[in-house]
Design a protein around this ligand. Structure first.
Ligand SMILES: NC(=O)c1ccc[n+]([C@@H]2O[C@H](COP(=O)([O-])OP(=O)(O)OC[C@H]3O[C@@H](n4cnc5c(N)ncnc54)[C@H](OP(=O)(O)O)[C@@H]3O)[C@@H](O)[C@H]2O)c1
Length: 370
């Protein structure tokens, strides 16, 4: 049994308030069915911030997402878990609600070996701690792209014209994946900051990223419009519908609530997204299909790792990282992001360890246990 401290830092989200406190280390919870992970890095996801302000419906089968993107090493593996101390892992939040938040020095996941095998994902890239990227968001994009092809029956993306609404992390990764599959891509983003970031990081060219206000000039243009803003509003659905060709597909990925309907119809876009369905709609006499995708599986992580390893130029996901912060800075910064008083493009990474002042990023704090 490894030695653990008597207390550890963890994060609480209670009534919209985020705090980091030292809690007693729960030695009694280290069972044969427990994996304890010590994260090196966590990612802030838009879903985390939506849970702070209460604008996200939380599915009971998987629980809250707050603190679900992280990479770290297994520091305790119960005898029945199938894991080993030192395994480099990440996490799939779509499998089990029996886990603690990832915004902490230790994360506790309990379950059967089968469940843990799906929820705790081995990371094949040992250098991910030096070239940080978060596997979960890319696994979700891999899944959503695969689902789109499956639902539409398209044999491939080759030659398809794909419009994307939203140049957040998800929109940019959709663009990477669609281009990799030989589609042509234009991303439309409301604000200038994310457009500038996408170009400065050489993720998109000037022709591939445009102001959302220019979407009107691209009516009846795209075979597929992927809708990836924080909240999928009626206005944005209308914009997406206008951008699509007759017979085109609107793929819904950004935030939806249980009562959201496609404009002028009873078609529930939240059911389509969370249930990963496709339904026909008509918008201003134009026939369209609305599809959606939600979450991901272990095989999507494996495909994400394969794509990144085999095609690093097509998937420059490390370039999405825009800022490194400490766990001490985390409560204030994530609250500011949630309340829209601060905004950062790309991915904000929370690190455990000492920050290199000149680089503004973290050095690794691990003791070489692997
Ligand atoms: N379906 C799934 O499985 C799945 C998985 C992961 C995430 N998501 C959801 O996907 C959404 C986007 O995630 P992300 O990681 O890309 O977030 P992000 O990096 O924070 O980006 C948010 C994007 O939404 C845009 N936006 C926000 N409000 C807008 C508005 N009123 N009109 C137009 N654009 C607006 C932002 O544009 P500006 O630059 O103009 O602010 C930005 O492009 C989130 O809701 C997240 O929960 C879904």
């Amino acid at each position: 049994m490894p030695e653990f401290p008597s207390t550890y830092l963890t994060t609480a989200l209670v009534n919209g308030k985020v705090s980091v406190t030292a809690q007693p280390f729960p030695h009694e919870s280290l069972s044969e069915d427990t994996v304890v992970i010590k994260p090196d890095f966590m990612g802030i996801c838009r879903a985390d911030t939506k849970e702070i302000v209460g604008s996200r419906d939380i599915p009971t089968d998987r629980g809250p997402l707050f603190g679900h993107e992280f990479i770290g090493s297994v520091t305790f593996a119960g005898a029945r878990t199938g894991f080993h101390q030192g395994d480099l892992v990440t996490f799939n939040p779509n499998i089990t609600p029996t886990r603690t938040t990832g915004f902490a020095e230790y994360v506790f996941v309990h379950g059967t070996a089968d469940r843990l095998d799906q929820a705790v994902i081995r990371v094949p890239e040992q250098d991910v701690l030096d070239n940080i990227w978060m596997p979960e968001p890319l696994a979700c994009i891999v899944h959503a792209t695969r689902k789109l092809l499956e639902l539409t029956g398209f044999p491939s993306f080759e030659g398809k014209r794909v419009g994307i609404i939203g140049a957040g992390c998800s929109g940019l990764m959709f663009a990477m994946h669609a281009k990799h599959l030989d589609a042509s891509v234009v991303v439309f983003n409301r604000g200038g900051m994310r457009r500038d970031f996408a170009q400065a990081q050489e993720i998109l060219t000037g022709e591939e990223i445009l102001p959302l206000a220019e979407a009107q000039a691209h009516r009846d243009t795209f075979d597929v419009v992927i809708v990836v803003p924080t909240i999928v509003t009626t206005d944005l659905l209308e914009t997406a519908a206008a951008m699509a060709v007759s017979g085109g597909v609107l793929h819904i990925y950004g935030g939806t609530r249980s009562t959201d309907r496609f404009p002028g119809t009873q078609v529930n876009v939240d059911t389509i997204r969370r249930g990963e369905r496709i339904e026909p709609v008509t918008y201003q006499e134009k026939p369209l299909a609305v599809s959606g995708a939600y979450g991901c599986f272990k095989e999507d992580y494996e495909e994400a790792f394969r794509l990144h390893a085999d095609h690093p130029t097509d998937f420059p996901v490390e370039r999405l990282v825009s800022r490194h912060i400490t766990l001490d800075e985390f409560p204030e910064i994530i609250t500011d992001i949630a309340e829209n008083t601060k905004d950062f493009p790309g991915k904000v990474i929370v690190g455990i360890g000492a920050r290199e002042p000149e680089l503004g990023r973290f050095t690794r704090s691990r003791s070489g246990s692997r």
